[in-house]
Design a protein around this ligand. Structure first.
Ligand code: ZN
Ligand code: ZN
Length: 341
């Protein structure tokens, strides 16, 4: 993709209007997921944004990215010289590499307070959320065997990360190091932040060039959910003069305001579709099947959560009603069926 940046050996450099240098390093994250970490250089600051997944190939790509910075851009920079590590949100593909990076870097780690617990007590986060997910799956009409399989898959991530301390917080509206403006944009994740450097916005997983970022119901994790997400899109749309956005995955975004409008339109269409599906009473599992067809592995859980986020949004705002109230009253734990009002 061509744009107002240069690219050498896959590492992209963009210089903002005040002269801050942003480097984008490509990183393999999981077998079917690629993304980026960013290095920001200004004055004496050497700031790493995100840490990759921590899998061997992810750490290897990070090491190689720094090698390219030195060999092809002449930046004499290495992990042990970092001045700060910022984590854009508490998803493993963005912070999983922290424990390894910290073995080489004494730099303080910053994250939004709503995602701090994920980093400092990862097991607690997984185990408590697993309980909420089980409750959700049960009400969604997923069979007990399938619930257990999905939860085992979810909990298998426990082995991927060792908790790590957090030294600093990313606070909404704050100007960090005189370089970065922090924008809290909850929805995709409670502590999701976008980081603004002059005319550039690092959007992480809040806004991506091609995919509409994944949503989950806020009944599972507070500050997520489609309502918060759409509000956060509006927040970013109200930031003036963003010329370019770089996401945590996928291509740079040359028209960020248009991209926001497209994502909003996409969700409104999906909400319409859910209302259509719920002309007849439907469980969330049935809505998921109608929206996404048959899914496999972790995709099953992602599809159910995405469907659940849309059903929740509509139900909370009075567009859906519970169709099987009597059954719910007499048989606790029975799946909920939603019908369009
Ligand atoms: Zn994410
Ligand atoms: Zn991500």
């Amino acid at each position: 993709m061509q744009g107002p940046w240069e690219e050498r050996d896959g590492v992209l450099r963009y210089r903002t209007k005040s002269g801050v240098e942003i480097y984008r390093l490509p990183i393999r994250l999981f077998p079917e997921l690629d993304g980026y970490v960013y290095l920001i250089l200004a004055d004496d600051h050497r700031i790493l944004v995100d840490a990759g997944s921590g899998l061997p190939e992810s750490l290897e790509d990070l090491r190689r990215g720094f090698e390219i910075l030195r060999a092809r851009y002449g930046c004499q920079v290495d992990l042990h010289q970092l001045t700060a590590i910022l984590i854009t949100h508490g998803h493993i593909d963005h912070f999983g590499g922290l424990a390894s990076i910290r073995q080489q870097s004494p730099a303080p780690v910053f994250v939004h307070e709503l995602d701090r617990r994920v980093l400092v007590n990862y097991s607690e986060r997984l185990i408590t959320v697993a309980q909420e997910i089980r409750y959700f799956l049960n009400q969604a009409g997923v069979s007990p065997e399938r619930q257990s399989a999905l939860l085992n898959l979810y909990l298998s991530m426990k082995a991927l990360f060792q908790s790590t301390p957090v030294e600093g917080l990313l606070t909404d509206g704050e100007m960090l190091f005189g370089i970065l403006r922090v924008h809290h944009t909850p929805g995709h994740c409670p502590g999701q932040v976008c980081l603004q450097i002059d005319e550039v916005l690092l959007t992480s997983d809040h806004i991506l060039a091609h995919t509409t970022p994944h949503q989950a119901p806020e009944r599972i994790t507070r500050y997520t959910g489609l309502g918060h997400y759409l509000e956060s899109l509006r927040r970013v749309a109200a930031i003036p003069d963003i010329a370019l956005a770089f996401g945590g995955h996928e291509d740079p975004i040359l028209n960020p305001y248009e991209r926001i409008a497209a994502i909003e339109a996409f969700h409104h269409q999906r909400l319409e579709r859910v209302l259509e599906i719920c002309k007849e009473p439907r469980t969330i599992a049935e809505v998921s099947k109608a929206l996404f067809g048959r899914q496999y592995g972790y995709g099953v859980l992602l599809a159910l959560l995405e469907a659940g986020a849309h059903v929740e949004y509509l139900y909370d705002r009075g567009y859906l009603q519970v169709a099987n109230l009597d059954q719910l009253e007499n048989e606790p734990g029975t799946p909920i069926r939603y019908r369009r009002l």
